[in-house]
Design a binder for this molecule. Structure first.
Ligand code: BG6
Length: 503
């Protein structure tokens, strides 16, 4: 049974409440839910943290973060004041201290009494991954998560660093929690355009008949960023692009593009269909890894007229680092629908554009009736799903130029979110936080999804880790990545579709 957040009382406990995630994403998202009147009258947000920061200082810090990062811009003073009343600081000495959890339990019980009934309890672990098991064990010992229907735990990535560690983490979470209580976040799934892939495919008749190997030549999924590693060098240098982006975000997008139609729009059904895709991914032959997987690392270069340093000079990065800041893969989904249709995936930091885009390229028409002179600017039919920054769905079609001559060229038929809906789209974290409150796990990762995704990535990591010498850096900041990524796709007679818009 789903919960109605508006009609329930909700206590949300954020562990790691002075961290970056709470500052940039969680609190701005909760503030926006508050403005949209989507939170219940009775709700509180407990911030559990270790920093020597009093409640008012903590609230001030969050206020600054919300002013900077809320999609609505600077906060309204009166509205922030009303929202901030719900922010309760819960400063502790140690996450491994039983007393902390006993005190938390007491506070929540008292609150529930004051509210006159039971409330939904959500524990959001915005902490380093090493603390996850400790916190979950203590929550269990303090009997805070024993009610499976009304208590949930949100776990952030990274969810393990390989298949073994992800399996171990799943085992230890399930010692204390039921799978239905575990909400593993992949924020890409909360993005409106990502969710719209399902609506686009399964609420329309246009596309599904051609959505298969008979009509689709190949699929490209690009998640490109202009930013470098910023202040996250320590984490990133041990992760790299494959773990940081492909294992989760890009593979999840691939699942939405490739999955079979669900019988119903329910969490288990959707997740089952996605797992089928991951299970069908063809293992990459280890001795041919170079033909299927390419990595790169950025050197210095120019972004928006500014000179930026190479990855190895970024703070907290090993000066000889072999971490990849770019990865490109060619994958196949071995089933009836997709047999031999390549899925090309690429992601990287310090690339030419910030863009997340899916390109579905159709096969050539079976017979060319027009004379070659008519089609000088011929381009394949494409369906392009722009996830960000300009949310849109575009079909690239051949059209006839006006005039007496028969001349064809490619033009776009575009559905833009900003044209259709005169409102800013909710941030991914707004959607996902609301779903946790509702108890709707559709957009969250089930244990088997995470593990199958690691299976794909693990094979690549094993081969890469076995190669000592890497020729890094091998692409300039501000470019579209290393030469190897071009070769990966060019070898098949295809090329990457790079977006041309400027942001
Ligand atoms: C995170 C990665 O999961 O996604 C970051 O850890 C990356 O390295 C970020 O920058 C990208 O998210 P978005 O929403 O900006 O595309």
């Amino acid at each position: 049974m789903k919960i109605e957040p508006k009609r329930s009382s909700i206590s949300l406990v954020i562990f790691g409440a002075t961290g970056d995630l709470a500052w940039r994403k969680l609190i701005p998202a909760l503030y926006n839910l508050f403005l949209d009147d989507l939170l219940p009258g009775q709700f509180s947000i407990y911030g559990v943290y270790r920093k020597p920061l009093g409640q008012e200082e903590w609230r001030k810090h969050l206020h600054e973060g919300t002013d900077r990062f809320s999609r609505r811009g600077k906060t309204d003073a009166a509205k922030w004041k009303a929202f901030a009343q719900h922010l309760q600081a819960f400063r502790i000495g140690d996450f491994n201290d039983t007393e902390t959890f006993t005190a938390l339990s007491k506070a929540l019980t008292e609150e529930e009494k004051a509210w006159g009934g039971h409330s939904e309890h959500i524990y959001y672990l915005a902490t380093p991954p090493a603390l996850v098991e400790t916190i979950v064990r203590h929550l269990d010992q303090a009997r805070l998560t024993r009610n499976h229907r009304h208590s949930r735990v949100v776990v952030e990535k990274p969810f393990g660093r390989d298949l073994d560690s992800a399996q171990a983490l799943n085992r230890s979470l399930r010692k204390f929690l039921d799978e239905s209580q575990i909400y593993r976040i992949d924020h890409y799934l909360g993005k409106e355009t990502v969710q719209n892939i399902l609506a686009f495919r399964f609420a329309n008749l246009f596309f599904e008949p051609i959505w298969n190997r008979n009509y689709i030549d190949h699929v490209q999924i690009t998640v490109a960023e202009k930013i470098g590693v910023e202040h996250r060098g320590e984490y990133y240098d041990h992760a790299g692009a494959l773990r940081d982006m492909i294992q989760n975000h890009l593979l999840q997008v691939l699942c939405l593009v490739a999955m079979e139609p669900p019988v119903a729009f329910s969490a288990e059904e959707i997740r089952d269909r996605k797992v089928e895709v991951l299970r069908a991914l063809r293992p990459i032959p280890r001795d041919q890894m170079g033909r299927y997987a390419v990595r790169g690392q950025y050197g210095h270069g120019w972004i928006e007229g500014e000179h930026v340093p190479d990855y190895r000079s970024e703070p907290a990065v090993d000066p000889d680092s072999a971490a990849e800041t770019f990865a490109a893969l060619k994958l196949f989904v071995d089933n009836w629908r997709w047999q031999d249709v390549p899925f090309y995936l690429r992601t990287g930091k310090r690339l030419a554009q910030k863009v997340s885009q899916v390109v579905i390229q159709l096969r050539p028409i079976p017979h060319q009736s027009f004379p070659p002179s008519a089609s000088l600017d011929w381009q394949p039919n494409r369906i392009m799903i722009d996830i960000q920054p300009h949310e849109a769905i575009t079909q690239c079609l051949q059209v006839k130029h006006p005039g007496p001559e028969t001349k064809l060229s490619a033009h776009n038929m575009v559905f833009r979110y900003t044209d259709a809906f005169k409102t800013t789209l909710p941030e991914a974290y707004e959607t996902l936080l609301l779903d946790t409150m509702k108890g709707d796990a559709t957009l969250f990762m089930r244990a088997d999804q995470v593990e199958y995704a690691w299976t794909v990535v693990d094979d690549i990591l094993k081969v890469w880790n076995g190669i000592d010498q890497v020729n890094f850096p091998d692409y300039a900041a501000g470019s579209w990545g290393p030469e190897g990524a071009e070769t990966l796709i060019a070898r098949d007679g295809r090329s990457w579709v790079n977006p041309v818009f400027m942001d």
